[in-house]
Design a protein around this ligand. Structure first.
Ligand code: HEC
Length: 264
């Protein structure tokens, strides 16, 4: 397998796929989990805690039947989620395909996902090899710009995969961009942000339509113009309203308290 570590589009595609739940199958995808849910920013996730999967915060049992009946070892053995910026059990050497093999096993057997294309695996492995400590503090608050960055990465990745003729990876990346639009929508939940939510939905549907109906150069040109419109329009509008959304830590805290009260 050949890859160029300087290939920015491959790393972008890997980053976006790493954040896309539909890469995984079964319960993980249903629960909206992506690789990034456990390895936040490629690191670990001290906050990760899912009933039946975690013994303590920051742990997960990745051989749980919750994810895949195929490979469940029938025992409950959560381990600490490793920080992928640090050397682990599996070699990260570029010429060693062990990492690609591990990631394939994770997707297909651990998380009951569909067989990933070679380009999908290459992108994920390239991204994992590129994770460094400075890539982000896992405990940082989510900001709108994180989602905007991932949308950008997904579109870059989709363009590169489409160029390579890998339609499956292209579709996955379009779903990845739509997933990020959905995450913004969740945070823009205030009633006065109803127009922004409608525009998010429209942008997401437009992407879906393009991916379903367009091919070849037409599709590439549409992706490029979708992104230009998004950046010069909705993205700026969202930024001016970010303080009203749950990206604002104060609003998020109030919403948590409200939910906690209504749960009892
Ligand atoms: C439910 C949480 C969870 C999800 C989702 C998840 N992982 Fe992990 N990952 C773990 C845990 C826990 C381990 C440690 C397993 C062990 O040591 O037995 C691990 C180990 C790894 C390792 C090995 C690190 C080493 O030791 O060298 C890599 C690489 C990795 N994960 C990448 C991924 C990728 C890529 C995805 C998405 C396809 C993913 N993970 C999804 C929890 C998760």
């Amino acid at each position: 397998m050949s890859f160029d570590p300087r290939d920015a589009a491959t790393v972008s595609a890997g980053l976006a796929i790493f954040n896309t739940p539909s890469l995984l199958g079964g319960q993980a995808a249903k629960a909206g989990l992506s690789c990034n849910s456990c390895h936040d920013n490629g690191r670990n996730n001290a906050q990760f805690r899912v009933e039946g999967l975690s013994s303590a915060s920051g742990t997960a049992d990745v051989t749980s039947s919750f994810f895949s009946i195929l490979r469940s070892n029938k025992t409950y053995d959560p381990v600490e989620i490793p920080d992928l910026a640090h050397p682990g059990k599996v070699s990260r050497a570029p010429e060693d395909p062990a990492l690609e093999r591990l990631i394939r096993t994770l997707i297909v057997e651990e998380f009951a996902g569909k067989e990933p294309s070679a380009a999908t695996l290459e992108a994920l492995a390239t991204y994992v090899r590129a994770i460094r400590e400075c890539d982000g503090n896992p405990s940082q608050e989510r900001r709108l710009k994180d989602q905007l960055h991932l949308i950008d990465a997904a579109i870059d990745g989709a363009l590169a995969m489409h160029q390579k003729g890998d339609e499956e990876a292209t579709k996955l990346l379009v779903r990845g961009a739509r997933h990020q639009l959905g995450l913004i929508d969740e945070r823009f939940s205030a009633s006065r942000l109803v127009n922004e939510r409608q525009l998010l939905l429209d942008a997401s549907r437009r992407l879906q339509d393009m991916a379903n109906t367009e091919t070849g150069e037409v599709f590439s040109a549409s992706l490029i113009s979708w992104r230009a419109d998004f950046k010069s329009g909705l993205a700026l509008r969202l930024a001016t309203k970010e303080h009203l959304s749950l990206y604002n830590p104060k609003k998020l805290e109030t919403a948590f308290k409200r939910n906690a009260r209504s749960a009892f």
